[in-house]
Write a protein of this length. Structure first.
Lengths: 635, 546
């Protein structure tokens, strides 16, 4: 038992499970505890005033904060009591009075309790909304794929969603509804006036007999992402019949425009509906092939199904996991999946507006080579790295930590110790054999560092919490106000000053075993990410050896001598794989930490330990879970 | 007294102009004539919300308890001096979820999420509040169609708790709308509008006629679609969503706001003053809306850490500037227009805090949040890290006070019945924190303009904790005059739960608890975040009766 977490987390948030000794393939890893304690449910906990590593409001693949949709909304405030406990994590942890929001909404037996790492479990199916509205990002992408329209000429060429209400998953508001109508007017007028876009809506002469009716049927199939019901066809026929009354002159082209407008304000276009009410043998609601197609395209692309996927839906060829996998495998090659994957990795790295990445800055009197103008490239090099491993290399989680491919420009080369004249203004691929993985690159090293000196706490906390996945309680009140001890004869390296800073009883429980060690290993890089072997002020040699914890107990540690060994250790750490998987599950399914998903996380994470299991495999396997294929019944 | 009675008989809305003079006649018709009935005299709530606290010892006037006059408002609140007789300064309230006193998550997340909910926040990374916020609770009772409050902000659209204070329910954020054009479109544009929503053309022309019919056709279609869905087995939440949508299918299709209706007044059911002419007089024109509504990315502004601020030719930075200046001012006009149209009676308007002020004479290198810490960045405590940091914070405080005064002045310039829009409303400046470096939330700086139709005391400062005892104005400027250590910039005392203020406001705007006075709001009113209200009831000394 260690002091960290234990002091600030209620004991009920923990339960005993096997620590699965022997899973580690790293000979330097020692597993001390045969029967250790593990956090049942890892909720991230913030450490203080926005300076901490967590950037709340992680978004899903479709550009919206997760959480409010679906089960959470039905689920009462069952998590409230946990939260009022105040100090820490795991408020929603199953087993702590169980149930949580999802089961409350389910009105049935409650949520099963699955411990992280336990693969001998049954995946749960959380309750999800049957009528989520398109998020604004989904709206823009859907309009683009449906009609070929990216920007509104009537609104200064902004993307359509610039005029929509801000995303929120509750009921539609008057502002939101009016905005849909405004934008639908603009789109329908623009499409009908554009010879390129118009055929995406209407393929015949509007004046020709049956053209408008046929258009309603054919376009409706695309816009509603399923065939129209006879009742719906009748409703659109009624609109067409009213044409002369609802248009300026009653001209057929005007009626066509009105028809398009009506589609774009229809609930069945604006909502991703899952309405099929048949149940399977296990009591879950099955999804129609159209609903499966929609889940696939919105998860992988944030947009509507393309023609081959729509055809598979029409052919009822999405009923089995294999059929779904075949489509997912096809779809993953599309650039839209790369976009989605980039967006995931940005959220995994906590990048974005008003984050540490965005605010990266250095004292230029001390680091005159640093210029704020390189900040965008620091993000970009990191994004390109993840993209390269995932798609060009078809790599594994291990490769994220070990790949030596880097993207360098003439502006970033000096910080890597490279000759800028050998690089162009844009980022190009090169090999940095002494910098394996994404945590040894300028982007992370700069963002999680101070303006004047490095911060082993910032770097270490990010690695420990976000990447390895160890749950750390919040620092005690006032901790962050404690000034860093000044350098002195004895405190002659940054490491020593931070060791002194965190030596107190209230700090050392978390900092000594968990937070500091990865940060100390990364002391090999100064605050602008350049290799250093001596303290820049005192000239003292820098010590990059440390014992890094790889699980919540702090009892499984690995001794590393520097960054490369740290990366190798993380690459093989089961908890880090579990963490990466868990982030993917939260992101792809747009629900964070739902206990019903724990089993899915465990089983996918276990697959990642197999050699050759790629990130692409993980993405396509997210379409293979029970909760992807069915929806919860009994609502 | 029946506040809905006599006043309503001659209730007309006039625009006197922000300068106090009357704008061009003809005067606008009466709301009640258009509605054909004696409509209730509306009470309204506006919450003007700013981040990162302020220099409290400059913000608070010296007056502790008693009359508040223009002479008292000499520093930050000076722009409010002309309205001193309509101000109420409640002193001594505290919100209850401070870092390490309540939860230990993040001072800003806790302050924002709990501010209007008086509830803890989720420990999930979203940090969303675990209860409905005040604006929604009130809107359900007093809004004409039970519609949701109008929640607005300058800056970039955000669903993060640091920029969200409105919640529809537990973990159901209700983020702000940031585009003035979108807000305007909700007021004016039914399907009946011409392609240019701000150029409605003549009144009930044939063109408007077809638009009205198209609007009805759209209602029929959408209602049919939603009604079919209603017959399916769905969760209560989903059914609620369907009903929300159905509830919106009212008269909206005929062009709310009269912009496409009768030039002498709005369409049936809408206040007569709610028309294009009024909008123009308020400065809500097509050109002004376009100028005030950025069409691209909005950043938080570029920090420059010791270097001169960048020229601001970056598109995202420019859009931030537009949003904070023209955009914010336009939002105020739209709040007034919404009041005139009686489209909403509950408003929340935010000025988010993670932005670099680089306009109106300010050219800062650090964001507001970093300045509020005195360090220039996210770090807390230690030494003062920015030259002239107090002056910089004061500039922002002054600027925000100017914006609040502008809103107050605008609402006070529009005649309604025997008073002004301001008089019938409670327009409250509410702050995330007291002092930004201390992150304390006791002794919150709160200022309420307008008496909500006579319910609230006017021209007064009220010490709600102990009128006979002096209250602490805080030590915001006690350090960092010339570098050195930041130290404690907070204050002591001032710990009356803010729930009681909210209860007072609920009663002021006409909410009831099953016909009786409201006595409780929120999940908790103690510093340990335990559920339960231990100190119920309104604060009678804030009322004109008290």
């Amino acid at each position: 038992m260690n002091a960290c977490g234990r002091s600030s987390c209620a004991a009920s948030n923990f339960s005993p499970v096997d620590s699965r000794p022997g899973q580690s393939t790293n000979p330097r890893v020692k597993v001390n505890a045969m029967n250790s304690w593990r956090l049942v449910f890892a909720a991230t906990v913030l450490t203080g005033c926005t300076s901490s590593i967590d950037a709340p409001g992680g978004s899903g693949p479709n550009g919206m904060g997760s959480g409010a949709t679906g089960s959470g909304a039905t689920g009462s405030g069952a998590t409230g009591s946990g939260a009022t406990g105040g100090k820490g994590s795991g408020a929603t942890g199953p087993g702590t009075g169980g149930s949580t929001g999802a089961s409350a909404g389910m009105g049935s037996g409650g949520t099963m309790v699955v411990a992280p790492g336990d693969t001998n479990c049954n995946p749960g199916v959380p309750i999800t909304s049957q009528i989520p509205r398109l998020t604004n990002v989904q709206y823009d992408r859907t309009i683009k794929d449906l009609l070929g329209l990216s920007t509104l000429s009537a609104a200064s060429n902004s993307v359509p969603s610039n005029l929509l209400a801000t995303d929120q998953s509750g009921g539609l508001t008057d502002v939101g509804w009016a905005a849909y109508k405004t934008v639908a007017e603009y789109i329908s007028a623009q499409v009908m006036a554009d010879a390129t876009m118009k055929p995406n809506f209407i393929a015949c002469d509007p004046a020709a007999p049956n053209c408008l009716h046929d258009t309603a049927v054919a376009f409706g199939r695309k816009a509603f992402r399923r065939p129209l019901t006879p009742e719906e066809v009748a409703a659109f026929d009624a609109v067409i019949a009213q044409g002369p009354d609802i248009t300026p002159t009653g001209a057929p082209a005007e009626i066509a425009e009105a028809l398009l407008y009506m589609f774009l304000i229809s609930p069945s276009f604006l909502q991703r509906e899952e309405l099929q009410e048949t149940t399977d043998s296990t009591g879950h609601n099955t999804l129609s092939s159209y609903e499966v197609a929609s889940r696939l395209s919105y998860m992988l692309w944030g947009s509507m199904p393309d023609a081959p996927l729509a055809k598979a839906a029409d052919d009822q060829a999405l009923g089995t996991p294999d059929q779904i996998l075949a489509q997912a495998t096809r779809m993953i090659a599309d650039p839209r999946t790369r976009e989605m994957t980039s967006e995931f990795h940005r959220s995994y790295m906590l990048m974005g507006l008003n984050t540490r990445w965005d605010n990266t800055n250095k004292d230029t009197t001390r680091y005159p080579a640093f210029n704020r103008s390189i900040v965008p490239q620091l993000q970009e090099e990191t994004e390109m790295f993840f993209d390269d491993v995932t798609f060009a290399k078809k790599g594994t989680f291990n490769d994220l930590l070990t790949s030596t491919t880097a993207f360098v420009s003439s502006a970033t080369a000096p910080f890597y110790g490279l000759d800028p004249s050998k690089f162009s203004a844009g980022l190009t691929a090169t090999t940095l054999s002494d910098r394996p993985g994404f945590l040894t690159r300028l982007g992370f090293l700069n963002a999680y560092s101070g303006g004047v000196t490095t911060s082993p706490i910032l770097r270490g906390a990010f690695v420990t919490k976000q990447i390895i996945g160890i749950t750390i309680g919040a620092p005690p009140p006032g901790a962050e106000q404690t000034p860093l001890p000044a350098a002195s004869e004895t405190l002659n390296t940054t490491r020593k000053r931070f060791e002194q800073l965190t030596a107190g009883d209230q700090c050392k429980g978390c900092h000594t075993p968990f937070v500091n060690p990865p940060g100390f290993a990364l002391e090999a890089f100064n605050t602008v990410g350049t290799w250093q072997t001596k303290d820049p002020d005192s000239g003292e040699p820098i010590d990059t050896t440390s014992d890094v914890a790889l699980d919540d107990t702090g009892e499984t540690t690995v001794h590393v001598t520097g960054p490369a060994e740290l990366m190798a250790a993380i690459a093989t750490a089961p908890l880090a794989k579990q963490q990466y998987t868990s982030k993917w599950v939260s992101y792809a399914y747009q629900r964070e930490g739902d206990p019903n998903d724990q089993c899915t996380v465990n089983q996918l994470a276990a697959k990642m330990t197999a050699s050759g299991y790629t990130i692409q495999n993980l993405i396509t396997d997210l379409t293979q879970t029970l909760s992807f294929r069915v929806r919860a019944a009994g609502q | 007294m029946n506040r809905n009675g006599n006043l309503a008989m001659n209730r007309r809305i006039f625009l006197r102009g922000v300068g106090g003079f009357t704008l061009a006649a003809p005067f606008l018709g009466s709301l009640n004539e258009a509605k054909g009935q004696a409509a209730a005299d509306p009470r309204r709530l506006v919450i003007f919300y700013t981040h990162n606290g302020c220099l409290t010892d400059k913000w608070f006037p010296q007056v502790q308890n008693g009359p508040l006059t223009a002479a008292d408002l000499t520093e930050t609140l000076k722009p409010l001096a002309p309205y001193a007789g309509k101000l109420l300064l409640p002193r001594g309230f505290r919100s209850m979820n401070a870092y390490a006193q309540g939860q230990t998550i993040d001072p800003h997340d806790q302050a924002c999420g709990s501010k209007l909910t008086c509830a803890p926040i989720s420990t999930a990374s979203t940090r969303y509040a675990m209860a409905e916020s005040l604006d929604h609770t009130i809107a359900k009772q007093i809004n004409p169609n039970k519609n949701t409050p109008l929640v607005l902000s300058v800056g970039a659209a955000s669903t993060k708790v640091k920029e969200v204070i409105s919640f529809q329910g537990s973990e159901m954020p209700f983020p702000s709308n940031v585009n003035p054009q979108t807000v305007f479109n909700a007021l004016t544009l039914g399907t009946g509008a011409t392609p240019t929503p701000t150029d409605p053309g003549p009144g009930m022309s044939p063109e408007v006629d077809y638009h009205v019919k198209r609007g009805q056709s759209a209602i029929d279609l959408v209602r049919g679609d939603l009604s079919r869905l209603q017959k399916l087995k769905m969760s209560t939440v989903d059914k609620g969503r369907l009903q929300n949508w159905l509830d919106l299918l009212r008269d909206t299709e005929v062009g709310v706001g009269g912009m496409t209706g009768d030039p002498m007044g709005g369409p049936t059911g809408m206040p007569a003053a709610c028309n294009a002419d009024t909008a123009t007089k308020l400065g809500v024109t097509a050109e002004a809306l376009k100028a005030a509504s950025p069409t691209g990315k909005i950043t938080g502004g570029t920090t420059s850490f010791g270097a001169p601020p960048p020229p601001g030719n970056n598109e995202g930075d420019n859009n931030l500037k537009i949003s904070f200046t023209q955009g914010g001012d336009m939002m105020m006009n739209l709040i007034a227009l919404n009041m005139i149209c009686d489209a909403n009676r509950v408003f929340v308007f935010l000025y988010p805090g993670y932005v670099v002020y680089n306009w109106d004479g300010m050219a800062f290198q650090n964001d507001h949040h970093g300045l509020s810490h005195r360090t220039g960045d996210n770090s807390v405590g230690g030494n003062c890290g920015v030259d002239g940091v107090l002056d910089k914070i004061q500039s922002i405080d002054n600027w925000l006070a100017g914006k609040f005064a502008k809103l107050v002045g605008l609402l006070d310039s529009i005649q309604e019945g025997t008073g002004t829009l301001l008089d019938s409303s409670a327009t409250m400046w509410l702050s995330e924190l007291s002092d930004g470096a201390a992150h304390n939330i006791n002794n919150l700086p709160i200022l309420i303009a307008g008496g909500a139709g006579g319910y609230l005391k006017q021209g007064a400062a009220v010490n709600v904790e102990n009128p006979s005892k002096n209250i602490d104005n805080g030590k915001s400027t006690s350090t960092c005059q010339n570098g050195g250590s930041i130290g404690n910039t907070g204050s002591t005392g001032g710990n009356v739960p803010i729930n009681k203020l909210y209860v007072t406001l609920m009663n002021a705007v006409g909410c009831t608890d099953g016909g009786n006075k409201v006595t409780k709001f929120g999940v908790m009113d103690g510093t340990n975040a335990n559920p339960g209200i231990s100190n119920p009831g309104e604060v009678s000394t804030l009322t004109s009766a008290g």
